[in-house]
Design a protein around this ligand. Structure first.
Ligand code: SF4
Length: 719
């Protein structure tokens, strides 16, 4: 018997009137902190870290510690709105939910009658929650037959590199880094982007471990390591090849592990041996002695561990670099120890039932030989302006592409198309929201239910609503449920509640699923609230549960590759016509790879996250914006002097694609020839209304179709 739909007055709220509610941080951060939310008379008074959760250990970053300020901000979107001014003007008038949903359903239905693939969802990691992310929304767009979005904007090159080398996003348990004798922090400013890992690294340091940072910029994290290797952006693969060769020359290889648990080592070594320390030094812009010394540390300080992060893969050769770095621990047998190996992402270990959540089977059948169109989110600017057939409707949720997608001028031009119908779900009037035809108020993490996997630790974390939705805000799930009903989608799965979706997210037969959550799979159609609550009860009670994984999962090999081994040589890549061995691919834009361009724009620019922002999230919270001060460009004193730029000057950063203004911070933390712009400011909060993505480009990475944000040449002049 069909279950009743939730009423138009809003989803039944389980929010507490007073007390402490268990939650999860929803943001795009590996730490996925477990939260304790204090509620007093229906209002959140405190958001704190759960002291009992072994990786949160009671501490939150400054951003989320101020989550109540963000939630209760006077800028919150609380009612549906319709645009009343030109696109981008931010002029809106309130409308009812009924009017908003009717208009959206009418427009989407008319476009779908011509071709549903002219409709595109656009979403990413505004929430990492499995329920408010891609569950009901994915069902809706699958059922509609809309174009498929290739979600590449952050990590797809690195993930692809890992997939071809280790078999997936798998790696060390973050809690074991405390016992590592060497930790290489490769392309990660942990204090900003992975705070709780830094706590473990510091513990390792206290116990005598050595910390080495590899990063083009001397970050706060690099400052606190024993050594900092400031290589040029996009040259990590060259350094990794030099390490392979040096480990061999210095007799530091674990030949038994290589023989038993890897594929293609001889071919890799033949390639790597062309990378002498002198050649590596020339490409990476480092001292040649660094290569052998780093290899010696890596080969002698056991257990040795690498914490890799995604910054280094946002360049042309990002996936190849990730392949090479992911292969290094096997060379010294580091995987034999629980505290050895590497970690880029732990997400691949979670047993997530994506099919149950997203229901790809709902998609209408296409004529034989036809496939659903795939649109890459990293080239949304070009897609909006050039796709054939054109994108006629865009539904944006959990993302702010006008601020964060590369080459903003193209993105903005696309969003300003008069014939494009745009719907945006958000908490605030972002740069993207300013271009919406219809703007819908979404709930924050304090107002809805969700369940989280993590990409930095091994715990499932549950988020329960602490308060009722503010104003007329609704969870994403409920918005798509109502829209489905307006569109006449009567499939039973559109009636699933958020609790049922959370229960469906867990693959209860996966080998890593915590014992308390395991069981015989339920047919989704048979799952009701009561059953879902009972399945989730251990998680609802404690807030988090650890996956069931051995301490050193690859001590005896068993990697999830086709061969079960670390694949230096990938038959899958060979079959796809790609180079089966990893290599160094020079950046699209660098002094060495493109000297003609570098003659006009000689500075390599990277744009990692600002400490007080998370991508473009939090960039409108008054206290965090004040802490971040203004849009800055960090430049080496020699580069500044050459351009007559003094510390604090307002400068223009420009290239052939565009320009933006920033305040110069003259510092030797930036190496000569490299500038660093902390991001991502919203365009409308940046001087002149332009942020760093005015100069980035839409060219992609070697594998994984990712953006190459940190592969960008610019010039700077004082104003
Ligand atoms: S952003 Fe990261 S460190 Fe901050 S609370 Fe969320 S998960 Fe924790």
């Amino acid at each position: 018997m069909p279950r009743p739909l939730e009423g138009d007055a809003g989803p039944a709220s389980a929010a507490a009137a007073s007390g402490t509610v268990r939650g999860a941080c929803p943001h795009d951060c590996p730490d996925t902190c477990a939260l304790l939310v204090t509620v007093d008379a229906g209002r959140v008074t405190r958001v704190a870290g759960d002291p009992d959760h072994p990786t949160t250990h009671g501490a939150l970053c400054t951003k989320v510690a101020r989550y109540a300020e963000r939630t209760y901000s006077s800028d919150r979107l609380l009612y549906p709105m319709r645009r009343i001014g030109p696109k981008g003007s931010g002029a809106f008038g309130s409308i009812t939910w009924d009017a908003a949903l009717s208009e959206i359903a009418e427009r989407l239905t008319a476009i779908a009658a011509r071709d549903p693939q002219r409709i595109l969802p656009y979403s990413y990691a505004g929430t990492m929650g499995l329920v408010q992310g891609e569950s009901m929304a994915a069902r809706f767009f699958n059922r509609l037959g809309a174009s498929h979005l290739d979600r590449t904007i952050c990590s797809s090159a690195g993930k692809t590199g890992l997939m071809y080398t280790l078999g997936g996003s798998v790696g060390m348990d973050v809690e074991r880094f405390t016992e590592s004798r060497l930790i290489i922090l490769w392309g990660t400013n942990s204090i900003t982007s992975n705070l709780h890992f830094w706590t473990f690294a510091q513990q390792a340091k206290r116990l005598g471990g050595r910390l080495i940072a590899i990063d083009p910029y001397r970050t706060a994290t690099a400052e606190k390591c024993h050594q900092h290797i400031a290589l040029l952006p996009g040259t990590d693969a060259a350094l990794a090849l030099g390490l392979v060769s040096s480990l061999s020359r210095q007799g530091l290889l674990d030949h038994d592990y290589i023989r038993d648990h890897t594929v293609g080592f001889e071919a890799l070594l033949e390639r790597a041996d062309r990378w002498t320390p002198a050649r590596v030094a020339g490409v990476c812009g480092i001292d040649s002695a660094v290569v052998d010394a780093l290899a010696r540390d890596f080969g002698t300080l056991a257990p040795a561990a690498i914490r890799l992060n995604y910054g280094m893969q946002r360049v042309r050769g990002g996936a190849n670099a990730a392949r090479l770095i992911a292969g290094l621990p096997a060379l010294v047998g580091a995987w034999r120890h629980p505290a050895g190996g590497m970690l880029l992402s732990s997400n691949g270990d979670f047993g997530i039932d994506w099919r149950a959540l997203q229901r790809p089977d709902l998609a209408p059948a296409l004529p034989q030989g036809c496939c659903r169109r795939i649109v890459n989110m990293s080239t949304i600017g070009d897609a909006l302006l050039e796709a054939d057939p054109p994108i006629e409707a865009l539904v944006v949720y959990n993302s702010n592409p006008v601020a964060v997608a590369p080459q903003s001028s193209r993105v903005i031009e696309g969003f300003c198309r008069k014939d494009l119908f745009t719907v945006v779900l958000d908490h605030f009037r972002t740069d993207t929201a300013d271009h919406a035809d219809i703007l819908l108020p979404a709930t924050t993490q304090l107002e809805h239910l969700d369940i989280h996997a993590s990409y930095g630790h091994r715990y499932w974390v549950m988020n329960q609503p602490a308060i009722s939705p503010l104003g007329e805000a609704l969870p994403n799930t409920e918005i798509f449920r109502r829209l489905a009903r307006r569109m006449g989608f009567d499939d039973d799965c559109f009636r699933d509640s958020d609790l049922v979706l959370a229960a469906q997210a867990i693959d209860r037969q996966a080998r890593t699923t915590p014992a308390a959550l395991r069981g015989v799979p339920d047919e989704a159609a048979d799952m009701d609230e009561l059953r879902a609550r009972s399945l989730l009860s251990p998680l609802l009670k404690q807030g988090w549960l650890k996956m069931d994984l051995p301490d050193a999962p690859f001590a005896q090999g068993g990697f999830p590759t086709p061969s079960g081994k670390v694949e230096f040589f990938s038959s899958r890549l060979a079959a796809a016509g790609e180079d089966p061995l990893p290599d160094y691919l020079p950046p699209h834009e660098s002094v060495a790879s493109n000297p003609e361009l570098a003659a006009r724009y000689p500075l390599a620019m990277i744009s990692p996250p600002a400490r007080n922002f998370l991508n473009s999230t939090f960039a409108n919270v008054a206290s965090l914006k004040a802490a971040e001060k203004d849009q800055q460009v960090h430049i080496n004193p020699a580069d500044a002097q050459q351009r007559r730029i003094a510390d604090g000057d307002t400068v223009t950063v420009f290239n052939q694609r565009g320009s933006f203004m920033a305040r110069a911070v003259v510092t030797d933390a930036a190496r000569a020839g490299v500038v660093m712009v902390p991001g991502v400011w919203w365009h409308k909060h940046s001087p002149g209304g332009r942020n760093v993505n005015m100069v980035t480009h839409q060219r992609l990475t070697d594998l994984g179709r990712g953006p190459a944000f940190y592969d960008c040449l610019v010039e700077i002049e004082a104003r």
